[in-house]
Design a protein around this ligand. Structure first.
Ligand code: FMN
Ligand code: EPS
Length: 392
Protein backbone atom coordinates (compact mmCIF):
# COMPACT_ATOMS: atom_id res chain seq x y z
CA UNK A 1 0.00 0.00 0.00
CA UNK A 2 1.31 3.46 -0.86
CA UNK A 3 -0.28 6.87 -1.03
CA UNK A 4 0.35 10.46 -1.96
CA UNK A 5 -1.41 13.68 -1.01
CA UNK A 6 -1.64 17.13 -2.64
CA UNK A 7 -3.28 20.40 -1.74
CA UNK A 8 -2.56 23.77 -0.11
CA UNK A 9 -4.13 24.77 3.19
CA UNK A 10 -6.28 27.56 1.69
CA UNK A 11 -6.37 26.12 -1.83
CA UNK A 12 -9.53 24.64 -3.29
CA UNK A 13 -9.12 20.95 -2.38
CA UNK A 14 -7.08 18.39 -0.47
CA UNK A 15 -6.60 15.14 -2.38
CA UNK A 16 -5.05 11.68 -1.91
CA UNK A 17 -4.54 8.57 -4.01
CA UNK A 18 -3.99 5.19 -2.36
CA UNK A 19 -2.68 2.20 -4.23
CA UNK A 20 -2.62 -1.42 -3.09
CA UNK A 21 -5.86 -1.85 -1.12
CA UNK A 22 -7.29 -5.31 -1.97
CA UNK A 23 -10.58 -5.76 -3.81
CA UNK A 24 -13.54 -6.64 -1.63
CA UNK A 25 -13.09 -4.30 1.36
CA UNK A 26 -16.33 -2.69 2.48
CA UNK A 27 -15.72 1.07 2.58
CA UNK A 28 -18.06 4.03 2.89
CA UNK A 29 -17.54 7.78 2.97
CA UNK A 30 -19.03 7.65 6.46
CA UNK A 31 -16.20 5.34 7.66
CA UNK A 32 -13.76 8.09 6.67
CA UNK A 33 -15.88 11.04 7.83
CA UNK A 34 -16.13 9.62 11.34
CA UNK A 35 -12.34 9.73 11.63
CA UNK A 36 -12.07 13.18 10.02
CA UNK A 37 -14.51 14.52 12.62
CA UNK A 38 -12.33 13.12 15.40
CA UNK A 39 -9.30 14.99 14.02
CA UNK A 40 -11.31 18.17 13.56
CA UNK A 41 -13.21 18.43 16.82
CA UNK A 42 -10.60 18.48 19.54
CA UNK A 43 -9.82 20.85 22.41
CA UNK A 44 -7.33 23.64 21.72
CA UNK A 45 -8.03 24.09 18.00
CA UNK A 46 -8.62 27.55 16.49
CA UNK A 47 -11.29 29.27 14.37
CA UNK A 48 -10.40 27.36 11.21
CA UNK A 49 -12.08 24.25 12.57
CA UNK A 50 -15.33 26.20 12.92
CA UNK A 51 -15.21 27.09 9.21
CA UNK A 52 -14.42 23.60 7.92
CA UNK A 53 -16.81 20.65 7.67
CA UNK A 54 -14.25 18.02 6.76
CA UNK A 55 -16.10 15.48 4.63
CA UNK A 56 -14.58 13.16 2.06
CA UNK A 57 -15.73 12.35 -1.45
CA UNK A 58 -14.59 8.99 -2.80
CA UNK A 59 -13.67 9.76 -6.42
CA UNK A 60 -12.44 6.35 -7.58
CA UNK A 61 -11.53 2.80 -6.64
CA UNK A 62 -14.82 1.94 -4.90
CA UNK A 63 -18.09 0.66 -6.37
CA UNK A 64 -21.29 0.17 -4.35
CA UNK A 65 -19.29 0.63 -1.11
CA UNK A 66 -16.76 -2.10 -1.97
CA UNK A 67 -13.15 -1.55 -3.08
CA UNK A 68 -12.23 -2.71 -6.59
CA UNK A 69 -8.49 -3.28 -6.14
CA UNK A 70 -7.81 -0.19 -8.25
CA UNK A 71 -6.29 3.04 -6.85
CA UNK A 72 -8.63 4.81 -4.43
CA UNK A 73 -8.97 8.58 -4.97
CA UNK A 74 -10.16 10.77 -2.10
CA UNK A 75 -11.04 14.44 -1.96
CA UNK A 76 -11.77 16.88 0.89
CA UNK A 77 -12.95 20.39 0.05
CA UNK A 78 -11.37 23.34 1.89
CA UNK A 79 -14.44 25.38 2.88
CA UNK A 80 -12.12 28.24 3.90
CA UNK A 81 -11.02 28.55 0.26
CA UNK A 82 -14.11 30.74 -0.31
CA UNK A 83 -12.28 33.46 1.66
CA UNK A 84 -9.05 32.97 -0.31
CA UNK A 85 -10.25 32.52 -3.91
CA UNK A 86 -8.19 35.42 -5.30
CA UNK A 87 -5.12 34.90 -3.11
CA UNK A 88 -4.94 31.14 -3.76
CA UNK A 89 -6.27 30.91 -7.33
CA UNK A 90 -4.16 28.30 -9.19
CA UNK A 91 -5.23 29.58 -12.62
CA UNK A 92 -4.62 33.36 -12.77
CA UNK A 93 -1.29 35.20 -12.78
CA UNK A 94 -0.25 37.05 -9.62
CA UNK A 95 -1.44 40.65 -9.41
CA UNK A 96 -1.82 43.19 -6.64
CA UNK A 97 -5.11 41.75 -5.44
CA UNK A 98 -3.91 38.18 -5.07
CA UNK A 99 -0.59 39.28 -3.55
CA UNK A 100 -2.43 40.42 -0.41
CA UNK A 101 -1.69 38.47 2.78
CA UNK A 102 1.99 38.11 1.88
CA UNK A 103 4.15 36.56 4.57
CA UNK A 104 7.54 38.31 4.78
CA UNK A 105 8.43 37.84 8.47
CA UNK A 106 9.08 34.14 9.03
CA UNK A 107 7.71 32.50 12.18
CA UNK A 108 10.36 30.82 14.34
CA UNK A 109 9.62 27.09 14.53
CA UNK A 110 7.57 26.97 11.31
CA UNK A 111 8.89 26.02 7.86
CA UNK A 112 8.67 29.62 6.53
CA UNK A 113 12.31 30.76 6.47
CA UNK A 114 14.08 27.55 5.49
CA UNK A 115 11.38 26.65 2.96
CA UNK A 116 11.68 30.12 1.44
CA UNK A 117 15.46 29.84 1.12
CA UNK A 118 15.29 26.33 -0.31
CA UNK A 119 12.60 26.97 -2.98
CA UNK A 120 13.51 30.65 -3.63
CA UNK A 121 10.10 31.79 -2.45
CA UNK A 122 11.59 35.19 -1.66
CA UNK A 123 8.53 37.12 -2.94
CA UNK A 124 6.11 35.51 -0.46
CA UNK A 125 6.67 32.89 2.22
CA UNK A 126 2.98 31.98 1.91
CA UNK A 127 4.19 29.67 -0.88
CA UNK A 128 5.84 27.62 1.91
CA UNK A 129 3.23 28.05 4.60
CA UNK A 130 0.36 26.77 2.49
CA UNK A 131 1.80 23.28 2.06
CA UNK A 132 3.76 23.03 5.31
CA UNK A 133 0.49 23.60 7.20
CA UNK A 134 -0.92 20.62 9.07
CA UNK A 135 -4.08 21.05 6.99
CA UNK A 136 -2.56 18.25 4.90
CA UNK A 137 -3.04 15.84 7.80
CA UNK A 138 -6.75 15.76 6.92
CA UNK A 139 -5.73 13.52 4.00
CA UNK A 140 -3.38 11.40 6.08
CA UNK A 141 -6.31 10.69 8.39
CA UNK A 142 -8.53 9.92 5.37
CA UNK A 143 -5.92 7.43 4.09
CA UNK A 144 -5.48 6.06 7.62
CA UNK A 145 -9.24 5.56 7.89
CA UNK A 146 -9.07 3.22 4.89
CA UNK A 147 -6.15 1.42 6.54
CA UNK A 148 -8.14 1.15 9.79
CA UNK A 149 -11.11 -0.34 7.89
CA UNK A 150 -8.78 -3.02 6.48
CA UNK A 151 -7.20 -3.69 9.88
CA UNK A 152 -10.63 -3.99 11.52
CA UNK A 153 -11.52 -6.80 9.08
CA UNK A 154 -8.35 -8.57 10.25
CA UNK A 155 -9.07 -8.20 13.98
CA UNK A 156 -6.58 -5.36 14.54
CA UNK A 157 -7.64 -2.29 16.52
CA UNK A 158 -5.70 1.00 16.82
CA UNK A 159 -6.38 3.92 19.12
CA UNK A 160 -4.61 7.19 20.01
CA UNK A 161 -5.08 9.44 23.05
CA UNK A 162 -3.37 12.20 25.04
CA UNK A 163 -0.96 11.60 27.93
CA UNK A 164 0.02 15.18 28.75
CA UNK A 165 -0.47 18.74 27.62
CA UNK A 166 2.34 20.94 28.91
CA UNK A 167 2.72 20.30 32.65
CA UNK A 168 -0.68 18.57 33.04
CA UNK A 169 -0.10 14.83 32.88
CA UNK A 170 -2.56 11.91 33.14
CA UNK A 171 -1.62 8.89 35.24
CA UNK A 172 -0.72 6.41 32.46
CA UNK A 173 -1.13 3.57 34.99
CA UNK A 174 -4.88 3.94 34.47
CA UNK A 175 -4.59 2.31 31.04
CA UNK A 176 -4.04 -1.09 32.69
CA UNK A 177 -7.61 -1.14 34.09
CA UNK A 178 -9.12 -1.40 30.58
CA UNK A 179 -9.30 -4.97 29.24
CA UNK A 180 -9.90 -3.91 25.64
CA UNK A 181 -8.94 -0.99 23.47
CA UNK A 182 -12.67 -0.39 22.87
CA UNK A 183 -13.10 0.33 26.61
CA UNK A 184 -10.13 2.71 26.61
CA UNK A 185 -11.46 4.40 23.46
CA UNK A 186 -14.87 4.97 25.06
CA UNK A 187 -13.20 6.79 27.96
CA UNK A 188 -10.66 8.94 26.10
CA UNK A 189 -13.09 9.89 23.33
CA UNK A 190 -15.55 11.17 25.94
CA UNK A 191 -13.16 14.01 26.90
CA UNK A 192 -12.47 17.06 24.68
CA UNK A 193 -8.75 16.66 25.43
CA UNK A 194 -8.78 12.87 24.70
CA UNK A 195 -7.07 12.12 27.97
CA UNK A 196 -7.62 9.38 30.55
CA UNK A 197 -9.84 10.88 33.26
CA UNK A 198 -12.22 13.75 34.01
CA UNK A 199 -9.94 15.52 36.49
CA UNK A 200 -6.99 15.64 34.08
CA UNK A 201 -9.32 16.69 31.25
CA UNK A 202 -10.55 19.65 33.28
CA UNK A 203 -7.02 20.70 34.25
CA UNK A 204 -5.94 20.44 30.61
CA UNK A 205 -8.85 22.59 29.43
CA UNK A 206 -8.05 25.22 32.05
CA UNK A 207 -4.43 25.17 30.93
CA UNK A 208 -5.51 25.62 27.30
CA UNK A 209 -7.80 28.55 28.21
CA UNK A 210 -5.02 30.22 30.24
CA UNK A 211 -2.46 29.60 27.49
CA UNK A 212 -4.76 31.09 24.84
CA UNK A 213 -5.49 34.13 27.05
CA UNK A 214 -1.73 34.55 27.43
CA UNK A 215 -1.34 34.52 23.58
CA UNK A 216 0.84 31.44 23.96
CA UNK A 217 0.85 27.81 22.78
CA UNK A 218 1.62 24.45 24.37
CA UNK A 219 2.77 20.95 23.35
CA UNK A 220 2.44 17.48 24.85
CA UNK A 221 2.63 13.73 24.40
CA UNK A 222 0.28 11.27 22.69
CA UNK A 223 0.13 7.49 22.86
CA UNK A 224 -1.09 5.00 20.28
CA UNK A 225 -1.91 1.37 21.08
CA UNK A 226 -2.62 -1.35 18.50
CA UNK A 227 -4.03 -4.73 19.54
CA UNK A 228 -4.51 -7.98 17.62
CA UNK A 229 -1.28 -7.38 15.71
CA UNK A 230 0.14 -10.70 14.40
CA UNK A 231 3.65 -11.84 15.28
CA UNK A 232 6.35 -11.13 12.69
CA UNK A 233 5.37 -7.93 10.86
CA UNK A 234 8.58 -6.21 9.77
CA UNK A 235 11.98 -7.90 9.84
CA UNK A 236 15.36 -7.86 11.54
CA UNK A 237 17.21 -8.73 8.31
CA UNK A 238 17.92 -5.18 7.07
CA UNK A 239 17.62 -1.74 8.60
CA UNK A 240 14.96 -0.62 6.13
CA UNK A 241 12.72 -3.62 6.84
CA UNK A 242 12.32 -2.87 10.56
CA UNK A 243 8.70 -1.96 11.24
CA UNK A 244 9.43 -0.01 14.43
CA UNK A 245 11.73 2.20 12.36
CA UNK A 246 9.01 2.73 9.76
CA UNK A 247 6.51 3.69 12.45
CA UNK A 248 9.03 6.09 14.02
CA UNK A 249 9.48 7.75 10.66
CA UNK A 250 5.72 7.99 10.12
CA UNK A 251 5.22 9.62 13.53
CA UNK A 252 8.05 12.12 13.16
CA UNK A 253 6.68 12.88 9.69
CA UNK A 254 3.59 14.45 11.29
CA UNK A 255 3.88 18.24 11.64
CA UNK A 256 5.23 19.32 15.05
CA UNK A 257 6.29 15.82 16.26
CA UNK A 258 9.79 15.93 17.72
CA UNK A 259 10.15 12.59 19.49
CA UNK A 260 8.98 8.98 19.44
CA UNK A 261 9.26 6.07 21.90
CA UNK A 262 8.16 2.43 21.99
CA UNK A 263 6.79 0.90 25.19
CA UNK A 264 8.71 2.18 28.22
CA UNK A 265 10.88 4.14 25.79
CA UNK A 266 13.19 6.69 27.40
CA UNK A 267 12.30 5.44 30.91
CA UNK A 268 13.86 2.07 30.02
CA UNK A 269 17.21 3.85 29.79
CA UNK A 270 17.10 4.39 33.56
CA UNK A 271 16.36 0.72 34.36
CA UNK A 272 18.26 -2.56 34.51
CA UNK A 273 17.79 -5.32 31.94
CA UNK A 274 16.01 -7.51 34.47
CA UNK A 275 13.33 -4.82 34.80
CA UNK A 276 12.89 -4.23 31.09
CA UNK A 277 12.94 -7.51 29.10
CA UNK A 278 9.52 -9.05 28.58
CA UNK A 279 9.75 -12.63 29.87
CA UNK A 280 8.51 -15.45 27.66
CA UNK A 281 5.66 -17.84 28.63
CA UNK A 282 3.65 -20.49 26.82
CA UNK A 283 0.10 -21.78 27.27
CA UNK A 284 -2.13 -24.14 25.30
CA UNK A 285 -4.63 -21.33 24.81
CA UNK A 286 -2.28 -18.51 23.75
CA UNK A 287 0.88 -20.21 22.47
CA UNK A 288 3.93 -18.04 23.23
CA UNK A 289 3.24 -14.78 25.06
CA UNK A 290 5.00 -12.22 27.29
CA UNK A 291 4.55 -11.45 30.97
CA UNK A 292 4.94 -7.69 30.36
CA UNK A 293 5.21 -5.26 27.44
CA UNK A 294 8.05 -2.88 28.31
CA UNK A 295 9.37 -3.00 24.74
CA UNK A 296 6.09 -1.87 23.19
CA UNK A 297 5.46 -4.98 21.09
CA UNK A 298 8.73 -4.97 19.11
CA UNK A 299 11.82 -7.18 19.13
CA UNK A 300 14.31 -7.05 16.25
CA UNK A 301 12.12 -4.60 14.33
CA UNK A 302 9.34 -7.23 14.28
CA UNK A 303 6.01 -7.28 16.08
CA UNK A 304 6.09 -9.91 18.84
CA UNK A 305 2.34 -10.36 19.29
CA UNK A 306 2.00 -8.01 22.27
CA UNK A 307 0.15 -4.72 21.73
CA UNK A 308 2.14 -2.15 19.76
CA UNK A 309 2.63 0.85 22.08
CA UNK A 310 4.00 4.07 20.57
CA UNK A 311 4.39 7.50 22.14
CA UNK A 312 4.94 10.75 20.23
CA UNK A 313 6.14 14.12 21.50
CA UNK A 314 4.41 17.18 20.02
CA UNK A 315 6.10 20.58 20.28
CA UNK A 316 4.11 23.75 21.02
CA UNK A 317 2.52 25.49 18.00
CA UNK A 318 5.02 27.91 16.36
CA UNK A 319 2.59 30.76 15.53
CA UNK A 320 2.21 33.00 18.57
CA UNK A 321 -0.37 35.79 18.82
CA UNK A 322 2.36 37.56 20.82
CA UNK A 323 4.95 36.96 18.09
CA UNK A 324 8.62 36.26 18.66
CA UNK A 325 11.68 37.96 17.21
CA UNK A 326 12.17 37.60 13.46
CA UNK A 327 13.63 39.48 10.48
CA UNK A 328 11.80 40.85 7.42
CA UNK A 329 13.16 38.88 4.43
CA UNK A 330 12.82 41.94 2.16
CA UNK A 331 14.31 44.74 4.31
CA UNK A 332 16.41 42.51 6.64
CA UNK A 333 15.17 44.69 9.50
CA UNK A 334 14.27 43.21 12.87
CA UNK A 335 10.57 42.59 13.16
CA UNK A 336 8.15 40.52 15.15
CA UNK A 337 7.14 37.36 13.23
CA UNK A 338 4.01 37.27 11.05
CA UNK A 339 0.83 36.27 12.82
CA UNK A 340 -1.46 33.78 11.13
CA UNK A 341 -4.69 32.54 12.66
CA UNK A 342 -3.60 29.64 14.83
CA UNK A 343 -4.35 26.81 17.25
CA UNK A 344 -3.39 26.81 20.95
CA UNK A 345 -2.29 23.20 20.84
CA UNK A 346 -1.99 20.47 18.22
CA UNK A 347 -1.79 17.63 20.76
CA UNK A 348 -5.47 16.62 20.83
CA UNK A 349 -5.73 16.36 17.03
CA UNK A 350 -2.24 14.88 16.85
CA UNK A 351 -3.37 11.84 18.86
CA UNK A 352 -5.83 11.03 16.07
CA UNK A 353 -3.28 11.72 13.34
CA UNK A 354 -0.66 9.51 15.04
CA UNK A 355 -3.25 6.72 15.38
CA UNK A 356 -3.87 6.88 11.63
CA UNK A 357 -0.17 6.92 10.77
CA UNK A 358 0.36 3.77 12.86
CA UNK A 359 -2.64 2.20 11.09
CA UNK A 360 -1.12 3.03 7.68
CA UNK A 361 2.21 1.43 8.65
CA UNK A 362 0.56 -1.72 10.06
CA UNK A 363 -1.68 -2.11 7.00
CA UNK A 364 1.30 -1.58 4.70
CA UNK A 365 3.33 -4.23 6.56
CA UNK A 366 0.46 -6.72 6.29
CA UNK A 367 -0.02 -6.01 2.60
CA UNK A 368 3.74 -6.43 2.06
CA UNK A 369 3.55 -9.90 3.63
CA UNK A 370 0.30 -11.39 2.31
CA UNK A 371 -1.90 -11.39 -0.79
CA UNK A 372 -3.03 -7.92 -1.82
CA UNK A 373 -5.48 -8.80 -4.60
CA UNK A 374 -8.51 -9.86 -2.65
CA UNK A 375 -9.75 -9.23 0.88
CA UNK A 376 -11.13 -12.73 1.53
CA UNK A 377 -7.89 -14.35 0.38
CA UNK A 378 -5.94 -11.96 2.60
CA UNK A 379 -8.13 -12.96 5.55
CA UNK A 380 -7.62 -16.67 4.84
CA UNK A 381 -3.87 -16.24 4.54
CA UNK A 382 -3.61 -14.25 7.76
CA UNK A 383 -5.79 -16.78 9.63
CA UNK A 384 -3.56 -19.66 8.43
CA UNK A 385 -0.44 -17.70 9.43
CA UNK A 386 -1.84 -16.94 12.89
CA UNK A 387 -2.62 -20.66 13.35
CA UNK A 388 0.92 -21.61 12.30
CA UNK A 389 2.42 -19.11 14.74
CA UNK A 390 0.22 -20.37 17.58
CA UNK A 391 1.42 -23.93 16.98
CA UNK A 392 5.12 -22.98 16.86
C1 FMN B 1 -3.01 19.17 14.09
C2 FMN B 1 -1.96 20.21 13.95
C3 FMN B 1 -2.33 21.55 13.96
C4 FMN B 1 -1.37 22.54 13.86
N1 FMN B 1 -1.78 23.85 13.88
C5 FMN B 1 -0.85 24.82 13.79
C6 FMN B 1 -1.24 26.19 13.84
O1 FMN B 1 -2.41 26.52 13.96
N2 FMN B 1 -0.25 27.13 13.75
C7 FMN B 1 1.06 26.79 13.62
O2 FMN B 1 1.90 27.68 13.56
N3 FMN B 1 1.46 25.51 13.59
C8 FMN B 1 0.54 24.52 13.66
N4 FMN B 1 0.95 23.22 13.63
C9 FMN B 1 2.38 22.91 13.58
C10 FMN B 1 3.03 23.21 12.25
O3 FMN B 1 2.32 22.63 11.18
C11 FMN B 1 4.47 22.70 12.25
O4 FMN B 1 5.14 23.11 13.40
C12 FMN B 1 5.22 23.22 11.01
O5 FMN B 1 4.71 22.57 9.84
C13 FMN B 1 6.73 22.99 11.07
O6 FMN B 1 7.04 21.63 11.06
P1 FMN B 1 7.79 20.90 12.27
O7 FMN B 1 7.19 21.44 13.54
O8 FMN B 1 7.50 19.45 12.08
O9 FMN B 1 9.24 21.25 12.19
C14 FMN B 1 0.00 22.20 13.74
C15 FMN B 1 0.37 20.84 13.74
C16 FMN B 1 -0.59 19.86 13.84
C17 FMN B 1 -0.18 18.42 13.88
C1 EPS C 1 -6.29 23.82 8.77
C2 EPS C 1 -5.88 23.03 9.75
O1 EPS C 1 -4.88 23.30 10.62
C3 EPS C 1 -4.10 24.44 10.40
C4 EPS C 1 -2.68 24.04 10.63
C5 EPS C 1 -1.79 25.22 10.63
C6 EPS C 1 -0.35 24.98 10.53
O2 EPS C 1 0.40 25.95 10.40
O3 EPS C 1 0.08 23.81 10.59
C7 EPS C 1 -2.28 26.50 10.80
C8 EPS C 1 -3.73 26.81 10.95
O4 EPS C 1 -4.24 27.21 9.68
P1 EPS C 1 -5.20 28.48 9.52
O5 EPS C 1 -4.30 29.68 9.59
O6 EPS C 1 -5.85 28.34 8.20
O7 EPS C 1 -6.19 28.43 10.64
C9 EPS C 1 -4.50 25.57 11.35
O8 EPS C 1 -5.87 25.81 11.32
C10 EPS C 1 -6.49 21.70 9.95
O9 EPS C 1 -5.97 20.98 10.82
O10 EPS C 1 -7.47 21.36 9.27
Amino acid sequence: MRYMTAGESHGPEEVAIIEGIPAGLHLTQEDINTELARRQHAAGRGQRQVIETDTVTIMGGVRHQVTLGSPIALNVHNDDHNHWTKIMDPNTPADEENSKRKVMRPRPGHADLVGGMKYRHSADLRNVLERSSARETVMRVAVGAVAKRLLAELGIDVHGFVLNIGPVRADAGQIAQYKTLAELRAVTESFPTRTLDAETDEKMRTLLDDTKRDYNTVGGTVQVIATGVPVGLGSYVSADTKLDAKIARAIIGINAFKGVEFGGGFENAEKFGSEVMDEIYWSEERGFYRGSNNLGGFEGGMTNGEPVVVKGVVKPIPTLYRPMQSVDIDTHEDHRASVERSDTTAVTAAAVIAEHMVAIELATAILDKFDTDNMDRLKEQLAAYRAEIKNF
